[in-house]
Design a protein around this ligand. Structure first.
Ligand code: ADP
Ligand code: MG
Length: 714
């Protein structure tokens, strides 16, 4: 057998030549503590000397590498007040200005005399050749055709060459690496072996070698993650006991009836998803399914169908919303949808059992605002089974709350449903059985990303909007002139009896500041653009009954406009609202803007969304342009992934899984799919990974060290 990574993990970096305790400390600031960390600290770039050109010969508009020396640097201000850092570099053949927008730190990082490698495109601006925002690395004295550049730390005074030396020693002393998969699989996937891969990533002879190495290491990272996710999913399926719901013809009597009384036909996607869910519900282990669907795709109908499967079998269902406002709204909506529905009033209430008198199907709302007396009654009815569907916030599954037999739980908007909440569900089902769980999210993420982030869940996608929606017209108001037009249209729509949302600038640092800014916006608008109109103010610091009063007024059409912070981001549903104005829109992310926009366009009338304000960065510009161009949440999710990389998508959920060093969910899409297929293939034939001991060891090494017990955490 060859060298195992777990062995290197146990060797402190001080084992390597010349690494004193002091240097070890410095390396630790780069996250390098063990010899394994050295091996897996990959170059962030390579200088390909075969692509190196001189300043004089550099072609225009083509990616090139220049080796040069810093001659001068300065900060300049453009006419519109933006600050640029301009650095003049030169080689034997000439000089060139490279400029950066707003990056003052560069001045200190690149003092005169520094040797640098510059990666980017040369362009001509004002008759002078230059480069804008190129990559710049300090270079040492290393020679060779391909020189790796490692992430370096100015503070710790470790340069790229030092790290390359440590790598060389690690590779030399490691010898051959043991592999986690068979040679035949490598052949099939056209992947190089591990030894070749680690050498190829650190010391490639040409860019082909580097690419082959990267491909192999990316596969390993993704395979480890998928093995862990698939294994976890199977474990749950094997061990957790659920309720095998009886799903009859067309879903069963209540479900069928529900679909019959709906004033519209199910969309194809709704019908398909309901079948998927019903298949899960019929199984003996608990469902654990994520329902992704764009705003307005009609997730509620799917959720109610699932809940009715539980109810018709004599069980109960719970729906949890992230906020009280949403819980109330769901309560109103669902009560309305289920008006006149009955269930047999027998002890076990099983609809398939038949006999007995009927009673109305009961839906209750339980929030912090429920009065003590109502609360007592509701809690009692939950225990006796007198209540069929309970809607509330997360307090629904808190301790001390008991159900007679909780069959299905729906979690809307997926917010913070973690391990503890899951555990809390365990004792609320029938006997030892866990209820089935459906998590709904209106923040679509691309399929391959979902495979990685939610790989331990089953995923259904509502990828079709109900027919007859008029797409929301989105415009970007960049100038003051545009803004005049925004408020004019707002007043026109209000004059036509429509309602308007105005979302205030996001201030992430502090809710207090955000509330103040909302108040200021409110005052400005009511004494200015919206004077004489009925305007309400909604923000997070209002007491719940105040929030409630404002929302009720708005819903009832007693307010023309609602000035609000992002508290209206999810779920709020007022069909008469046709204009969404988002102030300082550049501060919001794509997903958030899309959610906010989804608050309009919910009725038959044409709706508008105004994104107000100048973009502050190129990314900001790309975000706002994407919103203007597309109303498709999945398309926007792809753009978001492209702009921000996967870090943000993985977010909290993936924090422990820091094994994805090289793999990019964006660039390596096909490899995500391949890795999942291979993981399933391996676990199908070898569920305990007995014949894949090394793979098992690495999964533990990389994925178990941190707390990765994040089932359903968002
Ligand atoms: P979301 O997926 O955002 O939660 P909702 O469930 O709130 O969407 O549904 C949005 C709107 O679409 C609601 O007004 C609902 O009545 C309507 N709707 C849902 N399904 C259909 C359908 N199949 N045909 C027409 N309208 C539908
Ligand atoms: Mg919804």
């Amino acid at each position: 057998m060859g060298r195992r990574l777990a062995q290197l993990a146990n060797l402190p970096v001080t084992e390597l030549k010349g690494v004193t305790p002091k240097r070890a400390e410095a390396l630790a600031t780069l996250g390098i503590r063990s010899v394994l960390d050295v091996l897996m600290n990959y170059p962030r770039r390579y200088i390909d000397r075969t692509k190196e050109v001189t300043i004089r010969d550099a072609p225009l508009d083509d990616e090139v590498v220049l080796l040069a020396t810093v001659k001068a640097s300065r900060a300049v201000r453009s006419k519109n007040g933006r600050e640029f850092i301009v650095i003049t570099v030169a080689d034997d053949t000439g000089s060139l200005d490279i400029s950066f927008f707003n990056q003052r730190w560069r001045l200190k990082f690149l003092p005169v005399g520094t040797s640098v490698a510059i990666f980017g495109k040369v362009t001509v601006f004002n008759g002078r050749r230059g480069m804008t925002n190129p990559f710049v690395d300090k270079v040492g004295t290393r020679v060779g055709r391909i020189v790796p550049i490692y992430p370096q730390s100015e503070k710790a005074r470790i340069n790229s060459d030092t790290i390359a030396d440590l790598c060389a020693e690690t590779l030399r002393r490691s010898g051959e690496f043991a592999d986690i998969v068979d040679e035949s699989l490598l052949d099939r996937l056209d992947l190089v072996d591990r030894t070749t891969a680690f050498r190829g990533i650190h010391e490639p002879n040409d860019s082909e070698e580097e690419k082959a190495a990267r491909k192999r290491l990316v596969f390993d990272e993704l395979l480890r993650v998928q093995v862990e996710l698939v294994r976890r999913k199977r474990e749950l399926e094997r061990t957790a006991v659920g309720i095998a719901h009886v799903v009859g013809d067309g879903g069963g009597p209540l479900v069928r009836r529900f679909h019959e009384v709906l004033p519209y036909d199910l969309t194809g996607a709704q019908a398909r998803t309901i079948v998927e869910i019903n298949e899960d519900l019929a199984k003996g282990h608990p469902m654990h399914r994520l329902l992704q669907g764009d705003v307005g795709a009609g997730k509620t109908v799917v959720a109610v169908s699932a809940m009715l499967v539980a109810v018709q079998g004599g069980h109960q269902a719970a729906l949890m919303a992230p906020t009280e406002v949403l819980a109330e709204q769901h309560h109103l909506g669902i009560k309305h949808l289920l008006e006149g529905f009955t269930v047999p009033d027998t002890d076990d209430g099983n609809l398939f059992g038949g006999a007995g008198m009927d009673r109305s199907l009961r839906v209750a709302l339980l929030t912090n605002r429920t009065t003590a007396a109502d609360r007592r009654k509701i809690l009692e009815d939950m225990v006796t089974g007198n209540l069929d569907i309970v809607i509330g916030t997360h307090s629904l599954i808190s301790e001390g709350i008991a159900f007679k037999s909780l069959g299905v739980v729906v979690i809307d908007e997926q917010h913070r449903f973690g391990v503890e909440q899951r555990a809390a569900l365990r004792d609320k089902g029938a006997g030892d059985a866990m209820p089935d769980v459906l998590v709904m999210t209106a923040t679509p993420i691309p399929r391959t990303a979902a495979m990685t982030v939610y790989g331990d869940l089953d995923v259904s996608v509502l990828d079709e909007l109900p027919p007859g929606r008029t797409p929301i017209v989105t415009r970007w108001a960049q100038t003051d002139m545009d803004e005049v037009q925004v408020w004019q249209q707002v007043r026109d729509e209000i004059a036509d009896g429509r309602q308007v949302y105005v979302v205030c600038p996001l201030i992430e640092e502090s809710e207090k500041l955000e509330v103040r800014s909302a108040q200021e916006t409110f005052e400005e608008l009511t004494s200015g653009e919206l004077s004489g109109l009925r305007v309400g103010l909604l923000h997070g610091r209002l007491k719940s009954d105040e929030k409630d009063a404002v929302m009720t007024q708005f819903r009832a059409g007693e307010l023309d406009a609602l000035v609000s912070t992002t508290v209206i981001e999810v779920g709020v549903d007022v069909p008469n609202a046709t204009v969404m104005v988002i102030l300082d829109a550049t501060r919001f992310g794509i997903a958030q803007l899309h959610q906010l926009r989804g608050r309009v366009g919910r009725g038959a009338a044409k709706s508008f969304c105004w994104l107000v304000g100048e973009a502050k960065t190129p990314d900001g510009e790309a975000r706002l342009e994407a919103l203007v161009r597309s109303t498709d949440g999945f398309e926007l999710a792809e753009v978001d992934l492209d702009l921000r990389g996967e870090g943000t998508i993985m977010g909290e959920r993936q924090k422990g899984q820091n094994d994805l060093k090289l793999a990019s969910l964006r660039r390596d899409r096909e490899w995500v799919v391949t890795a999942r297929e291979i993981a399933i293939e391996i676990l199908d034939t070898d569920p305990e990974l007995i014949k894949h001991e090394l793979l098992a060891e690495e999964v533990d090494l990389f994925l178990k060290a941190d707390d990765v017990d994040f089932l359903m955490k968002s």
